[in-house]
Design a protein around this ligand. Structure first.
Ligand code: PLP
Length: 457
């Protein structure tokens, strides 16, 4: 589906900022019918913003690494598992970090080469490991049992895969427990401070000359930068210890994970990659001196600010004196926010029926979703210009871990996803990233062809 026509005004003057680009895209999405009664919710992705974030990531690490240091920035596919997005990032010099057979298939479909792909999941099957090693994809083993599986595979066939071990520096939690991967009892990696663990890790490397990488990912949203940098420091110190014990630079690459948090409270993009890279350079000077190649695995920080969930307002009602906009975006596209609103508050922007920003006095309102439970709220008591039926609401900063990860409660259709950018004439152009799911597809995916299977038992 191509959407090249546009009824938004021509732009002149300097390139608009992300908020202005978003407003123009909403207006164009309404005008072009990407959103409407038949498809009352859609995901919009700002291609210009994604490219800018990829460039900022490259620039931040280029500024602190010794010339010639091999650096692979691998996008955490889980953040936005959409093939055209992975392709866009690949074209912007970003590889893929995958954590399931599905994510690996998406990265391959996007054309991300094995040498720019890293496999990291905590529950890799023997078959997955075999495939990764056959393809030459980098693998970080999670635990001693997985390392034993790698022993068998490495002994059975030659592989081009760089192999490493994930360790948990146990530096503590951030503000969101569910995303804190470096707690004392985290399920991820080898817990480095457990009794005997460090010595075991050193021995594991000395016994396996092919183990050349060391990996950590200390957490995502909610983990302070200083804590993340502490985790990287611990991993760098361990690599130095192992290399000293080996008497050679056995570990040649450090994978420092992702985790840069995102500011969900304004359009400002903070903290920046540059600030994190500078903090790493001052906390772990040896990280960037050229002694180690580097892998990063950022997800949320590359995509979150560039995604908007746009929904039609079906009704505007009141309950107990509280105005409620009943929209088509709820738990199916903003699962984390609906189930854990204190950890994942979202900014909402209100637009009128034509997709123009709503103005007027601010009124505390609920923005509700279409699902059948009381907690299905995108926002509770948020001050917005009074919303009317037929308006549109936009949940901002939802480009990562939101609309691309559909939750099929109430059999609500997966929305279409569209990338937007300025065309050569300055008007908004859309490209389809994912078609909206049709009701027939929901039936087919829900056993539609297996109707009689249970009745005959
Ligand atoms: C191993 C690993 N790397 C990278 C990431 C990406 O984290 P973020 O999206 O916070 O950058 C995750 C997220 O869960 C992860 O588990």
């Amino acid at each position: 589906m191509a959407h090249d026509t546009d009824q938004t005004p021509l732009l002149s003057g300097p390139a608009p900022d992300p908020a202005a680009r978003r407003d123009r895209a909403v207006r164009a999405a309404v005008a072009q019918g990407l959103i409407g009664p038949a498809t009352p919710v859609a995901g919009l992705l700002d291609v210009t913003g994604i490219r800018a974030s990829a460039a900022a990531l490259h620039a931040a690490f280029d500024a602190v690494t010794a010339p010639g240091t091999p650096v692979l920035h691998a996008f955490a596919v889980k953040a936005t598992p959409l093939v055209p997005v992975l392709r866009l990032l690949h074209r912007a010099g970003i590889g893929a970090e995958v954590a399931s057979p599905g994510e690996l298939a998406l990265a391959r479909a996007a054309g991300v080469p094995p040498a720019r792909t890293v496999l990291d999941s905590p529950a890799k099957t023997a078959a997955e490991l075999r495939e990764a090693l056959a393809l030459g994809i980098a693998v970080n083993a999670d635990n001693p049992e997985e390392l034993a599986r790698l022993d068998t595979l490495v002994a059975s066939a030659p592989t081009a895969s760089p192999l490493g071990l994930r360790v948990n520096p146990q530096i503590g939690a951030g503000s969101i427990g569910a995303l804190s991967t470096a707690t004392a009892t985290s399920k991820f990696g080898v817990a480095l401070r457990d009794e005997g663990a460090r010595a075991w890790v050193v021995r594991a490397y000395l016994d396996r000359p092919w183990l050349t990488r060391l990996h950590t990912h200390s957490g995502s949203q909610g983990v302070p930068l200083e804590l993340m940098a502490e985790g990287v420091r611990a991993v760098h110190a361990l690599a130095e210890e192992i290399n000293a014990a080996a008497g050679r630079r056995q570990i040649d690459t450090l994978d420092i994970g992702g985790g840069l948090p995102v500011n969900f409270s304004s359009d400002e993009e903070t903290p920046t990659y540059a600030a994190y890279a500078r903090l790493l350079a001052s906390t772990v000077p040896g990280l960037f001196d050229g002694g180690y190649g580097l892998v990063t695995e950022f997800g949320r920080s590359l995509l979150a600010k560039h995604g908007t969930t746009l929904a039609l307002v079906e009704y505007a009602k009141e309950s107990g004196g509280r105005p409620i906009a009943v929209t088509h975006a709820g738990v199916q596209v903003a699962t984390r926010t609906v189930y854990a609103p204190a950890s994942w508050p979202l900014r909402i922007a209100a637009y009128d029926a034509q997709g123009l920003p709503r103005t007027g006095p601010l009124v505390a309102q609920d923005v509700a979703g279409p699902a059948c439970f009381a907690g299905d709220l995108l926002a509770e008591n948020q001050k917005l210009p009074r919303i009317a039926a037929g308006d549109h609401v936009a949940a901002l900063d939802t480009g990562a871990y939101y609309f691309a990860q559909h939750y099929s409660y109430n059999s609500l259709a997966r929305p279409g996803v569209y990338g937007y950018a300025d065309g050569p004439d300055g008007t908004v152009r859309f490209a389809t990233v994912r078609e909206p799911q049709q009701v027939e597809e929901i039936v087919a995916e829900s056993g539609g062809a297996l109707r009689e299977e249970l009745t005959g038992l």
